[in-house]
Design a protein around this ligand. Sequence first.
Ligand SMILES: C[S@@+](CC[C@H](N)C(=O)[O-])C[C@H]1O[C@@H](n2cnc3c(N)ncnc32)[C@H](O)[C@@H]1O
Length: 232
Amino acid sequence: MPSKATEGLPDDNEGYGTRKYWEHRYTSSASLHTKQLKTKLTTREKQGTTFDWFLTPEYLLPFVSDLYPSKESRVLMLGCGNSRLSEVMYDAGYQNIVNVDYSSTVIQDMSARHISRPQMTWYEMDVLNLQLEDGSFDLVIDKGTMDAMLTSKGDPWNPPQKDVDACTKEVDEALRVLKHSPGSKFLYFTFGQPHFRKRYMTNRPDWRFTYREIGPPEGLAYFLYVLEYASS
Ligand SMILES: C[S@@+](CC[C@H](N)C(=O)[O-])C[C@H]1O[C@@H](n2cnc3c(N)ncnc32)[C@H](O)[C@@H]1O
């Protein structure tokens, strides 16, 4: 059952940048310890719910299949949360998907939920330190995960160095685990305007950077940033 966008919000935006917030958000009420947490999180997501932070997986699937039509590809989903994107991709034929998130609760929950999709795997892992081999994926996808790392207080035009370092490291890690062969791609779906996101993806030797606005037709604009292996 999808949950609502207003459920389980942190006290301020900085909460989105912490593992503690995500773990609490995804944890069942049985494991809440303090009265304070009970008060704050009575409306947070329950196990068994799904939630996509923006745009539906059905809306995004054509962008993925347009840019990476081969269903044989090995895919890495960074910060999968309890989004339906991997499920929708799997049912469309992309079955070799490795999903990672640093919340152990969401990984256990999603692993149990998708027991009938056996080729898709789930690992508790920090996207800033991927325990995955160099050059072992064709396609790496981030939907809204880098966004959660850019929630510090202060001037968004000049984010703190720790956020810049984290976002840069995430892209470093994505490119490290991608195959260095023509066609390999990193796709990043976000609400982040180019001015605030390009800096993490440009000036990457051997990787061609492009981006486009992906709609929807009305309302807030979303973007797809692409890094494609392009060495001669
Ligand atoms: C805004 S949610 C997006 C979830 C999902 N991709 C979606 O589109 O609905 C951000 C997700 O990234 C995860 N996350 C944030 N930082 C992470 C990190 N350093 N390593 C692994 N997962 C991380 C959070 O646990 C959360 O599930």
